[in-house]
Design a binder for this molecule. Structure first.
Ligand SMILES: [Zn+2]
Length: 176
């Protein structure tokens, strides 16, 4: 039980809508993403794709975060993944049983919210990507908080509904 709690505390959990379960960011994935937090003024936005081994399960583990790559277009206020590299990754990782379930990137703000540019980039990405899911995850890392603020949004591939902010589930460690 203690080791379960310890693991729970090092992972991060976000509630999916309509009893679909939870998205779980592993410690390794979080460590990779945290490295790119825009804590200095001149840091550029960074990002990449999120992959899961079992996206159909009630606990959707985020098994791997790819990127950033040199070919991405990165500025302080914009991130545009290199489409060719992203497609190569998806084909290669799919052969290893990993499914693309989302995108991640960083923002130079404490509590990150999607910009108009993010919505346009995501729409382009999803149009190029023939996924069989109706929902897609957007994770945005802020530059404050310990652990760093991470907001996770559900985008719908048919673009008919507004993006949904997924509530984070935080374990409370009880002192005895
Ligand atoms: Zn953004």
């Amino acid at each position: 039980m203690e080791s379960y709690l310890k693991r729970f505390m090092s992972e991060r959990h976000f509630q999916l809508p309509e009893d679909r379960g939870m998205v779980v960011f592993s410690n390794d994935v979080l460590r990779h993403i945290y490295k790119y937090a825009q804590t200095d003024f001149w840091d550029c936005e960074a990002g990449g794709q999120l992959f899961s081994s079992t996206p159909e399960k009630p606990l959707v583990p985020i098994s791997l975060a790819t990127g950033p790559y040199r070919q991405d277009r990165r500025t302080r206020c914009g991130f545009h993944p290199d489409v060719r590299k992203a497609t190569e990754d998806r084909i290669q990782l799919f052969s290893k049983g990993l499914h693309a379930v989302g995108l991640w990137h960083t923002h130079p703000e404490a509590w990150p919210t999607p910009s108009d540019c993010d919505r346009a980039t995501t729409k382009d990405y999803l149009e190029a990507f023939q996924g069989d899911m109706d929902g897609f995850l957007l994770a945005i890392l802020g530059n404050r908080g310990n652990p760093r603020n991470l907001t996770v949004w559900m985008a719908w591939t048919n673009h008919t509904q507004p993006w949904l902010l997924l509530p984070e589930i935080v374990a409370i460690a009880r002192e005895r």
